[in-house]
Each structure stands twice: as structure tokens, then as C-alpha cells.
Design a protein around this ligand. Structure first.
Ligand code: HEC
Length: 218
């Protein structure tokens, strides 16, 4: 019995050591990132340094940026918007019209979770120092879409406009949160339509403005 207690205490002590050495390592990492930023070493560092994150050197204060706008779109914004649109819609398939509106409390909770991700994802979009896409990524439709470095430059130049689109998306996320709490499907449908307009407006301004120029020329 005593040896079991001793073993448990020993394991707990090891756990404490492991946790504290992790904390020290994290502190060191954060400190060296800050030092690198201050001494300008960051500029000389190779791109994509995992220790400080791809663009951590340009991040605000102690909030390093590890993901690109493309990552946020793929991982957070797009799947969450799909969940909201799906919850509001009716699809017509081989079996006829299928009502996709949430029925169970768990399904309504999923809508709520998607709304939370839109609300907070918009904050992530507004964080400075985020590149459009990972280094080396290329546009899939050159001549229609801007190349990622051009998108990053445009966002830097028109930061206020970019943030205004993100804020509009966030406001709709807050509305969707309320609609999910009220279990209001027609309202979700209306919010979904307005949200699509915001996605499209930001994309037309920052992602494929060339498309718009081409269509006004034609
Ligand atoms: C504040 C501006 C902004 C808003 C709002 C916005 N996007 Fe984006 N989105 C971008 C930019 C910029 C890109 C291009 C990123 C790149 O490829 O470099 C992009 C790219 C995408 C992509 C392509 C990702 C990939 O794999 O290349 C999808 C999908 C997407 N957005 C979906 C959405 C949806 C859905 C919404 C609305 C719910 C939305 N976006 C709202 C700025 C925005």
C-alpha cells in the first residue's frame, strides 16, 4: 500500500516536472520570438520557422499568427457557413423536397456552434500580420484571382475595408447565434442570404477583383 502511494506521489511529481519544463520551454520560445523581432533577426530567418510560426514576427504583441486567411476560410469560415446555410435550407433530391432544418436539441446546438465559429473566426480575420496563403501557394485561376502575395498586399493597403467586411460577417454571426437560440428557421434563412452577400463582396474586393474589372470591360 505504502509503495503504491509512493509510486503515485512519484508519478505526480514527474507530472509537475514535465508540465513546468513545458511551461519553461514555451516561455523561452515566446521570449526568443520577441527577441528575434526586436533585434530584427526575424527578417533574416528562413520563411516558415516552426518555432515562432510562419508570420509570428509580424504578429501583434504576444499573439503569434500560425495560420493564413486561406486556412481560416477552409477550417473555420467555410464549413461553419455551410452548417448555417444547410440548417436553413430545403434541398430537392430524388426523394423529393428534403427539409434540412434542425429538429433535435443537438442539431440546434450544432447551428449555435457554427455561429460561434463565425463570430470568433471574424476576430481571427481582423488580427494583423496574417498572410493570405502559405508561402509558395499559387492561385488556381491566375488572371481571375490575384496571387496570394498580391492579396496580402491589398489587405495591408485597404485594411479598414477588409476589417469592415470581417465585422459585417461577425454581426451576421451574432444574429445567427440569436436565431439558433430562438430556433427561428426563417430568420436563419434570411441571415444566410445576407451572409452570402458579405462573403461575395469581400472576395470580389480582395480575392478576384480582376474578374469584376473584366466583366465591366466586356
Ligand atoms: C474579410 C474578407 C472575407 C470574408 C468576409 C470572407 N472571405 Fe473567404 N476568402 C477571403 C480571401 C482574401 C480569400 C483568398 C485567400 C487565398 O486564397 O489566398 C478567401 C478564400 C475563400 C475560400 C477558398 C479557400 C481555398 O481553399 O483557397 C473559401 C471557400 C471562402 N473564402 C469561403 C468564404 C465564405 C463561405 C465566406 C462567408 C461566410 C467568406 N469566405 C467570407 C476573404 C474573405
Amino acid at each position: 500500500m505504502r509503495s503504491q502511494i509512493a509510486a503515485a506521489l512519484c508519478a505526480a511529481a514527474l507530472g509537475v516536472i514535465a508540465v513546468s519544463s513545458l511551461a519553461i520551454a514555451q516561455q523561452k520560445t515566446a521570449k526568443s520570438c520577441v527577441e528575434e523581432r526586436q533585434t530584427g533577426k526575424a527578417a533574416k530567418r528562413a520563411n516558415g520557422n516552426a518555432r515562432c510560426g510562419a508570420s509570428a514576427d509580424r504578429a501583434a504583441g504576444d499573439r503569434p499568427v500560425y495560420s493564413t486567411i486561406k486556412d481560416l476560410m477552409e477550417s473555420i469560415i467555410d464549413p461553419s457557413a455551410d452548417a448555417l446555410w444547410g440548417a436553413a435550407g430545403t434541398v430537392i433530391d430524388k426523394q423529393g423536397a428534403q427539409d434540412l432544418s434542425p429538429k433535435t436539441p443537438e442539431q440546434w446546438l450544432d447551428v449555435r456552434r457554427a455561429a460561434v465559429r463565425i463570430v470568433e473566426g471574424a476576430n481571427l480575420l481582423m488580427m494583423p500580420g496574417r498572410e493570405a496563403a502559405p508561402a509558395g501557394a499559387r492561385s488556381e485561376a491566375p488572371g481571375v484571382e490575384l496571387e496570394p502575395p498580391e492579396i496580402s498586399a491589398l489587405i495591408k493597403k485597404k485594411r479598414k475595408s477588409f476589417d469592415a467586411f470581417a465585422r459585417a460577417l461577425q454581426a451576421l454571426g451574432v444574429e445567427a447565434l440569436r436565431a439558433s437560440d430562438a430556433k427561428d428557421v426563417p430568420l436563419l434563412d434570411d441571415i444566410g442570404a445576407r451572409m452570402e452577400g458579405v462573403c461575395e463582396s469581400c472576395h470580389q474586393t480582395f480575392w478576384y477583383p480582376l474578374d469584376q474589372q473584366a466583366s465591366t470591360r466586356n
